[in-house]
Write a protein that binds this ligand. Structure first.
Ligand code: FAD
Ligand code: N01
Length: 544
């Protein structure tokens, strides 16, 4: 299709078919698809020194997936699915990292991934219809297509708290946890943040530290994971049913192999509702939300009942009533923040060596050399953990200086919030594809399912362009405007906009408040995307 990778003289810029940024689930599958299936000349750049993306960076204690292993994985290769053995329902970070390394080795992907290399800028060359990509390390290449696989949750948010750098103990963000681990035995540890990460890390740190202080700004609803190991017969059963499991993940609203129950929360008696919720609670995991009542995320009255059910579980788990009330969320509906899944989170607060500090009523004033000062107390710490999340969905992409047609900067195009067509392309940025970009269901779906869908769509689109001799694709402004409006309209039908969450950018000071993911669910999204293709890629302009 193009000049060979090695075919460049002194000072000449390497010409590729595609550059992929990132080597997590998205980048690995995109490389496999474009290189091995389509025969393209592809280069992947990855900041880390290994593959895995989220599963390379997030090594904090207790880090594990919330989607169950046997569908939090690739479905594109039957052989891969059949040969890989998951140890249990919710594998920990090292096992998922091993899986992604296995994928890289099995498909010989590593030879086209350049590690320890950060893409710093990308500029579209209007005359040549290609991207010029520069790395922080000074390399420059040209490629017809630029594929963003930078991740929705990969730009860590380290809050700008006064005195942050004055702390004389050890300080870590959970998404940059040292590979060799952190020894907290006998130490006084403070953790800021009670999202999925803080909720996973708290019980693990509590089990080792002399004392753990949890600094909570907003309490969160979490549902027990109920982790179990797989017996050989579980493995066999899963493997026998893989094609049906994967097929269901593609049809269900959120990429899980199950569907919400048909009845509505208020259509059943109080006794029956309690029984259904108890059963879901006992089963644990995401099924509580995505296999529960179908109106939980759309009807405030239904959600209020479910939220109160969880609050009662918190009250029943935590011995001290004052602490229990502090842990009960009342400011947002269940599910409007990404719901964590936990192993022994609430009961951690029954331990003598764990205390909860409400930094909503007495905010953090400063980090000091000795620890942390809130409005009403001083805390001496040896280790400070930032479980403070990510500049989600746009952060990693906007850290790259991206200039599209006519030199327009992506940062300017997205100054008032991200705009895209189908979450796949941005008007004014030809030949740039965004895997799980804002405006797609991405983070509201079990992500490998979304990722495979996007990579398949992008590669089909490129294949069509090859067949027709086209060299440029661009979403039209009109199609993008209509999609952005549709995403906003649909979001009003759910409760997602009601929480100050990373879904709406509220966790990052100054970030425009926009519901970034598409909330209409996977089936509707897939239908819309397919309709666009069937209408000869309506809303996209191609040039030869
Ligand atoms: P990532 O895995 O984030 O990979 C992006 C890669 O791009 C990173 O390695 C990064 O270093 C690289 N990169 C970014 N910018 C640049 C640049 N400028 N130059 C070079 N490289 C760059 N989702 C679920 O569906 N279920 C779960 O249970 C689940 N658990 C999660 C647990 C944790 C702790 C976290 C953080 C996320 C979890 N997620 C989960 C979401 C997760 O982000 C996705 O499931 C998936 O891993 C995303 O893969 P990705 O390849 O798109 O992005
Ligand atoms: O981040 P978060 P996360 N001062 O943004 C608090 C995925 N994930 O890393 O709610 C004080 O959810 C903040 O408080 P508030 C998953 O998609 C998945 O936990 O903004 N506090 C909040 O409590 C998840 O949703 C898994 O008031 C500050 C916390 O820090 C996403 O990653 C596991 C603060 C951040 O919570 C992000 O999760 C882990 C400040 N200045 C992660 N700034 C699994 O699937 C922030 N906070 C297992």
């Amino acid at each position: 299709m193009s000049a060979q990778k090695g075919n460049r003289g002194e000072g000449e810029t390497r010409q590729l078919d595609a550059v992929i940024i990132g080597a997590g689930f998205s980048g690995l599958y995109a490389l496999y698809k474009l290189r091995d299936v389509m025969g393209m000349d592809v280069q992947v750049y990855e900041t880390a020194d290994g593959v895995g993306g989220a599963w390379y960076w997030n090594r904090y204690p207790g880090s594990r997936c919330d989607s169950e292993s046997y569908y939090y994985c690739f479905s594109f290769s039957e052989e891969l699915a059949q040969e890989w053995e998951w140890s249990g329902k919710y594998p920990e970070q090292p096992e998922i990292e091993r899986y992604l390394n296995h994928v890289a080795d099995r498909f010989d992907l590593r030879r086209d991934i350049q590690f320890s290399t950060r893409v710093a800028s990308a500029r579209f060359d209007d005359a040549a219809n290609c991207w010029e990509v520069c790395t922080e390390q000074g390399e420059r290449v040209r490629a017809r297509y630029l594929i963003s696989a930078v991740g929705c949750l990969s730009a860590a948010n380290l809050p700008d708290i006064p005195g942050r750098d004055s702390f004389q103990g050890e300080a870590y963000h959970t998404a940059a946890w040292p590979r060799e681990g952190v020894d907290v035995k006998g130490k006084r540890v403070g953790i800021i943040g009670t999202g999925s990460t803080g909720i996973q890390a708290t019980p693990r740190i509590a089990a080792e530290a002399a004392h753990l202080t949890v600094f909570q700004r907003t309490p969160n609803f979490t549902v027990p994971a109920r982790h179990t190991l797989f017996a050989p017969e579980d493995q066999a059963e899963i493997k026998k049913n893989y094609s049906a499991i994967f097929e269901r993940t593609r049809r269900s609203p959120a990429g899980f192999p199950y569907f919400p129950i048909e009845r509505k929360t208020l259509d059943v008696s109080a006794e029956e509702r309690q029984q259904i919720l108890e059963e879901l609670w006992e089963e644990g995991g995401f099924k509580f939300l995505w296999g529960g009542f179908s109106d939980m995320m759309t009807d405030p009255a239904a959600n209020a009942l479910v939220s109160e059910f969880i609050r009662n579980k918190i009250r029943a788990s935590v011995n001290d009533p004052e602490t229990a009330e502090l842990l009960c969320p009342t400011d947002h509906p269940y599910g409007s923040k990404r719901p964590p899944i936990d192993s022994d989170y609430y009961v951690s607060f029954n331990r003598d060596n764990v205390s909860l500090v409400d930094i909503r009523s007495a905010p953090i004033e400063a980090i000091t050399p000795m620890g942390l000062r809130t409005q009403d107390a001083e805390y001496e710490l040896d280790v400070l953990v930032f479980a403070t999340g990510f500049d989600a969905m746009t952060g990693a992409l906007l850290k790259i200086d991206i200039q599209g047609a006519g030199g327009r900067k992506l940062a300017d195009a997205w100054a008032e919030g991200p705009r895209s067509y189908l979450g796949l392309q941005v008007a004014g940025f030809p030949n740039l594809f965004t895997i799980t970009g804002p405006g797609s269901p991405s983070v509201l779906v079990n992500m490998p399912v979304s990722i495979e869908h996007h990579v398949d769509w992008i590669s089909d689109c490129i294949e069509r362009m090859r067949e027709r001799g086209e060299t440029r694709i661009e979403a039209t402004e009109a199609a993008q405007d209509a999609w952005v409006e549709h995403v906003a309209e649909v979001s009003k039908m759910t409760l997602i906009g009601q929480a100050d969450s990373w879904y709406v950018g509220a966790n990052i000071p100054g970030k425009p408040r926009v519901v970034m993911p598409y909330t209409g669910g996977q089936p509707l999204y897939r239908e819309r995307v397919e309709a666009v293709v069937n209408a000869d890629y309506e809303g996209f302009e191609f040039r030869a």
